[in-house]
Design a protein. Sequence first.
Length: 138
Amino acid sequence: MNLLNGAAFKRMESAVYAAEMRQRVISNNVANAETPHFKRSEVLFEQLLEQSMGSEGLNKLAGRRTDSRHIEIGANASKVPFAEVVTDDSTSMNNNQNNVDVEREMSLLAKNQLSYNFYIKQINHDLKMLRTGIEGRG
């Protein structure tokens, strides 16, 4: 069994990619805060991940693996969603039809930075534990 190809590691890896994408999107929102008719965008990942791991899969067909070479199917499959960028076209904050609130974007940027740092620390911890297991020392 390859731990780096496991579902948990894939989810963490996807979370890092989503946080990187979110950094770019939020930075773009802030850079265009004064651009007339600009509409803010955001990254959806956590919601998609929650949906993919949620109770919807409980009623679906699930395959049972009797050999590690079998392909996972159904609810047991370790599918990780891709982050999506969505644009909020339905709101406006001021007369120029722009909907970027710089203070909100900056707080989202700080929150994203904390999340990114957590994901990296968790991946480093997992890799350290894997290395410890392989080398047999602490």
